[in-house]
Design a protein around this ligand. Structure first.
Ligand SMILES: Cc1cc2nc3c(=O)[nH]c(=O)nc-3n(C[C@H](O)[C@H](O)[C@H](O)COP(=O)(O)OP(=O)(O)OC[C@H]3O[C@@H](n4cnc5c(N)ncnc54)[C@H](O)[C@@H]3O)c2cc1C
Length: 429
């Protein structure tokens, strides 16, 4: 493949790359999106085949759902999502052999999570762990929730980065699939699947990309790949990334997050009308807590979530170890008979995926301000997009989408086009 005379080439067809493609389409700028995988969506991926029912490997929730651009796009497309956050009372915990309605969560986990954010708001940029009591009996459960929310262990979470995240605490799960929503937004965009970009050279005229399918030249490039791909220099940039940017990729790295989905022969949690369950044994601090979503949208499935270094270790151990851990933990809470009801299982593989390499970005303690560099143009021709670039909606799909739109407008302006204000809800008719 030899493609020339494009205005802009976009690398990566996740939410950021698709946002960039829609922005450039609206501005009438010629472009092409290159995606290494055989599917679009990146970390937004709705799977309908592995366990016979839809579940999302990555993004599932419209976070800050009252102000989230993806929510309004979903409404436009009549893509179903749950209109209200789950009530706090819909969380239950199996702690030390007994079911408890989430009093521990409201009294302990949520209070401590809020203290992490508050410490950052008060100006301190320290490790979340340093303000927590690691000797507390519930600490492993709190650590589990830190891992789920930040994809990092408390020792790696910056209190200031946590405070910079803008959260309205409205969280709406997407019934028709968050990955499916992102894929719908990509329809009609010029996308080449299965094309891996290996090197980008900034030349006098623009950019020259070496890909698995040949060379592509364009006037500018939007790099919408995960921060781990950049940190590990899986795409060679010539004449090199500015030192400050390279340092920022080392300081704002990706954490880890994985899921295990289990399919049952019928609904198995009838009479247990609680959609979310944490299973944890404080008497055995080495026992790992595990959070499950049970029968999401009434489907006969359960989805287990792990994060942080534990997710990385499990992912490295492989899908069989991931599934065994999820099933063994489920059995602790619901009894051995539930094992016979499992007819299918599947595990995600974000950690080991060379084009992703983790869950989402988090600044190291003391480094919350490092993200600033990501929004600066590189050699006047490269523009970064992706969840890691957003200053307030980092780690999310809506944040990624917004940075893609931004990059499109910046690239068009750099090409000398006059651009008006962004319209985040614009879709081709
Ligand atoms: C387990 C998990 C749960 C999550 N839950 C939520 C949630 O509930 N709500 C939420 O808002 N967010 C959630 N997130 C985060 C959200 O999924 C991401 O923030 C968002 O999807 C990132 O979009 P992106 O476009 O920045 O990157 P990506 O979606 O990662 O897209 C980047 C694309 O670049 C491609 N690529 C990489 N290298 C190359 C190359 N060399 N050449 C060509 N293409 C390349 C990749 O294949 C990928 O498709 C979750 C993530 C995970 C992993």
């Amino acid at each position: 493949m030899m493609v020339q005379n494009l205005d802009v080439v976009i690398v990566g067809a996740g939410a950021a790359g698709i946002g960039a493609g829609l922005g450039l389409t609206r501005l009438g700028v010629s472009h092409l999106i290159l995606e290494a995988k055989q599917r679009v969506g990146g970390r937004a991926y709705s799977d309908t085949s592995s366990i016979g029912h839809l579940w999302d490997h990555g993004a599932h929730w419209l976070h800050s759902g009252d102000v989230n651009v993806m929510r309004f796009l979903a409404e436009k497309l009549k893509h179903k999502f749950r209109p209200a956050s789950p009530a706090v009372s819909s969380f239950r915990s199996f702690i030390g052999g007994q079911w408890k309605v989430s009093e521990f969560a409201t009294d302990y986990v949520w209070t401590k999570l809020e203290e992490i954010v508050q410490a950052g708001r008060n100006g301190s940029d320290v490790a979340a762990e340093s303000i927590l009591d690691r000797g507390h009996a519930m600490y492993p459960l709190l650590r589990h929730w830190c891992q789920l929310m930040y994809s990092n262990d408390p020792s790696d979470i910056s209190t200031r980065d946590a405070a910079n995240y803008s959260d309205t605490h409205v969280n709406l799960p997407v019934e028709d699939g968050y990955g499916a929503l992102v894929a719908r937004l990509s329809l009609g965009l010029p996308i080449r699947l299965g094309v891996t970009v290996k090197a980008i050279e900034v030349t006098g005229e623009g950019v020259r990309l070496e890909t698995s399918s040949g060379t592509i030249t364009a006037k500018a490039c939007i790099l919408a790949v995960p921060s781990r791909v950049m940190e590990k220099q899986r795409i060679a940039i010539k004449p090199g990334l500015p030192a400050a940017l390279q340092q920022a990729f080392a300081e704002v790295t990706m954490g880890y997050g994985e899921k295990v989905a289990l399919g049952f022969d019928r609904k198995v949690f009838e009479g247990f009308e609680i959609p979310f369950a944490d299973v944890f044994d404080p008497v055995e601090p080495e026992t790992r807590p595990l959070n499950f979503e049970l029968h999401p949208f009434g489907r006969p499935i359960a989805v287990a979530h792990v994060g942080g270094n534990f997710a990385k270790e499990l992912a490295q151990a492989g899908p069989a170890a991931m599934k065994a851990f999820a099933i063994d933990t489920l059995v602790k809470a619901f009894g051995a008979d539930i094992r016979q009801r499992i007819v299918a299982s599947a595990a995600t593989g974000w950690t080991m995926d060379e084009h992703i390499g983790g869950a989402y970005s988090g600044a190291a303690p003391g480094k919350a301000e490092a993200r600033k560099v990501f929004s600066e143009p590189v050699h006047d021709r490269l523009f970064l997009a992706g969840e890691h670039v957003h200053r307030h909606y980092m780690a999310t799909v809506h944040g990624a989408y917004d940075t893609g739109l931004d990059a499109a407008y910046k690239a068009a302006a750099a090409l000398g086009l006059s651009v008006g204000p962004k319209d985040p809800l614009w879709l081709p008719s």
